[in-house]
Ligand binder design. Structure first.
Ligand SMILES: CC(=O)N[C@H]1[C@@H](OP(=O)(O)OP(=O)(O)OC[C@H]2O[C@@H](n3ccc(=O)[nH]c3=O)[C@H](O)[C@@H]2O)O[C@H](CO)[C@@H](O)[C@@H]1O
Ligand SMILES: C=C(OP(=O)(O)O)C(=O)O
Length: 434
């Protein structure tokens, strides 16, 4: 298990380039299974979860060729479905959330699919009912092996259907969509998720010959086609990483420019950090964050306490609440952080409390943060990273803290942040991988 030794208190200065989006990459990589023709994908982040999915695809028989450090060519013209029976598949599939999205494409193209219970962050219940219910509506038959938590599914050619999803699941929408593009007839997905990840997947599928309308909305209408062709795709910058850098800049009083952000795709993210008091300027497609010794939380028009909560897109992504929370610890003012989607994502605040932050965990979903206006700095401690976003929030806390911190289990951070120690050290951080 790797750890970071962090010497806090340094101000950072310079430009930082966001990596390609992790959650988009996991969808897009699964989509290469929908065609036997070559698909070239660029701006692929070099992170653990994505590398594991690429390995899984390679083991499944996809021809994988790395053209440049972030560009790969994939050709799924010789798929070996027997691999789905192997121990190796179960192990790899179990270690990442994204593996669940091979089911839709495999069912659509080969009429069968299997998968173990997918991995990903342990941040609360992560049910898959929406995926299965949607694919069943398209005609798939699922079998659940309860003791081993292994799912298998078969289908004749999938048939288009109308469905109203019980929740706007991100990976669920992607899975059903990838089934529907090759189904016979029309599929309507209402209450579809519409995150930029899904929009990007739709655009890619359309370039491959799929017929999809309603992109960007929660009503997708898909006319199934017989066959899809190859394409080229470029991943968006990772909006969660961009938000993480905003919080980092504020907490460490740093002057940084986040380059090439695709600002129109960031939704409420900039505004959320602005309401926490983080000043920023949009310079073309870059976001410039000036050095700030103090930042002050906004209140509502009637003077009441700011509440930052997650919501399905175009609301604020739940993946940034841990960073918003840590940012609030040194702001001037009080904030209520309300994590509605996941019930086990706020427990990491006990580590921030040990560092000296003023936080009341009201219940598993809500924490009140009383900001210290940079008057009492956090102090370095030893801690463990429980999940990707809590991990990066703890890293930000450690970088702002007085003294030395050790963060254990940084593999969690590596799941989603590419060479984060190297990139932050390049602009003045002191992080050592031990
Ligand atoms: C690989 C990947 O892309 N992972 C992301 C994806 O996970 P994933 O697709 O697994 O998450 P889902 O969108 O399915 O659901 C996330 C959680 O929110 C709840 N829920 C969801 C929709 C809804 O309308 N109401 C509701 O309560 C679900 O019950 C679940 O507990 O989306 C999550 C929600 O943005 C993100 O945190 C994950 O980073
Ligand atoms: C929860 C996340 O990822 P995953 O769904 O892969 O666990 C995340 O990216 O914050």
């Amino acid at each position: 298990m790797a750890s970071f030794e962090v010497i806090g208190g340094n101000k950072l200065k310079g430009d930082i380039y966001p990596q390609g989006a992790k959650n988009e990459a996991l969808q897009i990589l699964c989509a290469v299974l929908l065609t036997a023709e070559p698909v070239t994908i660029s701006n692929i982040p070099d992170i653990r979860d994505v590398n594991k999915l690429i390995e899984l695809l390679r083991d499944l028989g996809v021809h994988v060729e790395q053209l440049t450090p972030d560009t790969y060519l994939f050709r799924a013209d010789d798929i070996n479905l027997d691999y789905l029976e192997s121990e190796q598949f179960v192990e790899l599939g179990r270690s990442i959330r994204g593996s669940v999205m091979i089911v839709g494409p495999l069912l659509a193209r080969f009429g069968q699919a299997k998968m173990p219970k997918p991995g990903g962050d342990k941040i609360g219940r992560r049910r898959l009912d929406t995926h299965f219910a949607g694919l069943e509506k398209l005609g798939a038959r699922f079998n659940y092996d309860t003791p081993d938590i292994f799912y298998s599914a078969t289908a004749d050619r999938l048939k288009g259907a109308y469905m109203l999803l019980d929740e706007a699941s991100v990976t669920g929408t992607a899975n059903i969509l990838m089934g529907a593009v090759l189904a016979e007839g029309t599929t309507t997905i209402y209450n579809a998720a519409c995150e930029p990840y899904i929009q990007q997947l739709c655009r890619m599928l359309i370039r491959m010959g799929a017929k999809i309308s309603g992109v960007g909305s929660n009503l997708l209408v898909i006319e199934g086609v017989e066959k899809l062709q190859g394409t080229e795709h470029v991943m968006l910058p990772d909006m969660i990483e961009i938000g993480s850098f905003m919080g980092l800049a504020a907490m460490t009083g740093s002057e940084i420019t986040i380059k090439n952000c695709r600002i129109p795709e960031l939704g409420l993210i900039p505004e959320t950090f602005q309401r926490l008091g983080v000043k920023m300027e949009f310079r073309g497609d870059d976001i410039y964050i000036p050095e700030q010794d103090h930042y002050e939380v906004d209140t509502y028009i009637d003077g009441s306490i700011l509440n930052i909560s997650d919501h399905t897109w175009p609301g604020l992504t739940p993946d940034l609440l841990s960073v918003a929370l840590v940012t609030a610890t040194q702001a001037k003012g009080t904030v209520l952080i309300h994590q509605k989607m996941f019930e086990s994502r706020l427990f990491f605040v006990d580590k921030l409390i040990d560092m000296g932050a003023q936080i009341i965990l009201c219940d598993p979903h809500r924490a009140t943060v009383i900001g210290q206006n940079n008057q009492i700095p956090l102090r370095g401690i030893r801690m463990t990273s429980p999940d990707i976003r809590a991990g990066v929030a703890l890293l930000i806390a450690a970088l702002s803290a007085e003294g030395r911190s050790i963060i254990d289990n940084v593999e969690q951070i590596d799941r989603g942040y590419q060479n984060i120690d190297g990139r932050l050290n390049a602009i003045g951080a002191q992080i050592r991988r031990i």
